[in-house]
Design a protein around this ligand. Structure first.
Ligand code: ARG
Length: 457
């Protein structure tokens, strides 16, 4: 196919160079946005008198027929086309003749591609927000069902203090809620139309950029045409937010992988989200969680690729910028696919409360509460801390837990100890007595559940 710009050249582009240059195999994803943007551009051209009303109608009909045919599969993408913009324009001219050649008046591919990607990423980001909300909801519901499931809370992966499974899951809800607001925040900053920036300097035609921006749902136009065609900040913001989402999913995955091991067995994953081994008949592997953890690096890589691609290019458009798309498409698809399996995996996951409780009974995770017991009876916390440390050491030697020490043995350490200490160090009491805001206490967890529900409204 002859290039649209062939006039200036004496020789055709080398085949290998042509393939290297072409972006249609990935930017065809944006065909709907490209067509939508072109229709609004043509409407604006007719409204300011650059083309006639009839010409606009012809262009809109032609573009809509291309859209229908691409949607139905009746029209295939020409993989030899340079990019989706050239493809749609050439196809339009094929269908409606010379009027099609008027579409590109007062526009450049530089502002066209900038527009298409913003429109495309706005849609994808809204889809990701919806998926995140769904994940928050299933995680919240799982928390609600497990308000009485006591498990060890960890620091350094060492048993630390008793918490409820609900409290632990709600921590992920908080992270995912911040992920939603991060994306919403990026959306407000990126929602300005670059169209009409043209190649870089604007145009001599009396265009109405605000009209196109309004019709395409933007909050306004990019105020500097050089910036309009050069800005990919929003890609970096989105990829950064996607990276944070993946980091959260990866931490959650790591816990699920640990929890479903025989060493923990705090949860059982549903068969539909686990796989077997080709050799070991007993195996049930948490592949989905592992893949999510593994794919996190890809998204970080996409962020790094975009940051690096942009750092050295002078204003305005440079072909380097074509690389923005493969990176952000990959990051977007990865996040969408990961959320797609993560949501039902959490929804169908069964907590094994007995095992959590048993694990919570070991490891002296009520030691802080025992120290608090002494403190509340008047002993300074540091002294209480020291005494309890000595008691724990004694228990370890005797291979018993704190509730198995006799009162007599306790009294040998301090006269303050009375029979009521045993009630104070039961796991249930340890949880129930956590009354501070945001704590693992039952009332606090209820408040957190409510907080998440409010967010989702
Ligand atoms: N395929 C190009 C891209 O993705 C479209 C813009 C081309 N503009 C240009 N001046 N060559 O960046």
């Amino acid at each position: 196919m002859d290039k649209m710009w062939a006039g200036r050249f004496e020789k055709a582009l080398d085949k290998q160079a042509d393939d290297f240059n072409s972006s249609i195999h990935f930017d065809k994803k944006m065909y709907k946005e490209d067509i939508k943007g072109s229709i609004e551009h043509a409407l604006m051209l007719s409204s300011v008198g650059i083309i006639t009303k009839e010409e606009y109608l012809q262009i809109a009909d032609g573009l809509n027929s291309i859209l229908d045919d691409l949607n139905s599969g009746a029209l295939a993408f020409d993989e030899n086309a340079e990019d989706i913009h050239m493809f749609n324009e050439a196809e339009l001219t094929k269908r409606i003749g010379d009027t099609g050649k008027k579409l590109h008046t007062a526009r450049s591919r530089n502002d066209q591609v900038a527009l298409d990607l913003r429109l495309y990423m706005r849609n994808q980001t809204n889809d990701i927000i919806a998926l995140l909300k769904e994940l928050i909801k299933v995680t919240r519901d799982k928390a609600e069902e497990n308000q009485n499931a006591i498990m060890p809370g960890y620091t350094h992966l060492q048993r630390a203090q008793p918490v409820t499974f609900a409290h632990h899951l709600l921590a992920y809800c908080m992270m995912l809620m911040r992920d939603v607001t991060r994306l919403e925040d990026a959306l407000t900053r990126m929602n300005y139309s670059p169209l009409g920036s043209c190649a870089l300097a604007g145009t001599t035609y009396p265009t109405d950029r605000d009209m196109v921006a309004k019709n395409l749902g933007f909050d306004g136009v990019c105020m500097n045409s050089i910036d309009g065609v050069s800005d990919r900040d929003y890609c970096i913001e989105l990829e950064s937010a996607f990276s944070t989402i993946m980091m959260h999913l990866s931490r959650f995955s790591e816990e699920i992988i640990l929890w479903s091991s025989w060493e923990f067995k705090f949860v059982e994953l549903d068969d539909s989200y686990t796989t077997g081994s080709s050799i070991m008949p007993q195996k049930k592997n948490p592949d989905m969680a592992e893949l999510v953890r593994g794919k996190t690096g890809r998204v970080y890589g996409d962020l790094m690729a975009t940051l690096t691609m942009l750092k050295g290019i002078p204003l305005a458009y440079n072909k380097d910028m074509q690389e923005d798309k493969e990176a952000i498409f990959d990051a977007t698809e990865t996040v969408i696919k990961c959320l797609g399996v993560f949501i039902p995996m959490i929804k169908t996951m069964t907590p094994i409360k007995e095992n959590m409780y048993q694990a919570a009974g070991k490891g002296f995770i009520n030691a802080t509460d025992l120290a608090d017991y002494l403190t509340k009876k008047g002993m300074p916390f540091r002294s209480a801390y020291k005494i309890v440390g000595t008691i724990v050491g004694e228990c370890i030697k005797k291979n018993i837990t704190l509730d198995q020490m006799t009162l007599e043995e306790y009294k040998a350490h301090s006269e303050i100890f009375e029979n009521d200490l045993y009630g104070e160090i039961s796991l249930e009491t340890c949880v129930a007595k956590r009354i501070s805001k945001g704590s693992t206490g039952y009332a606090s967890v209820k408040e957190q559940l409510e907080y998440v529900t409010e967010f989702l409204k």
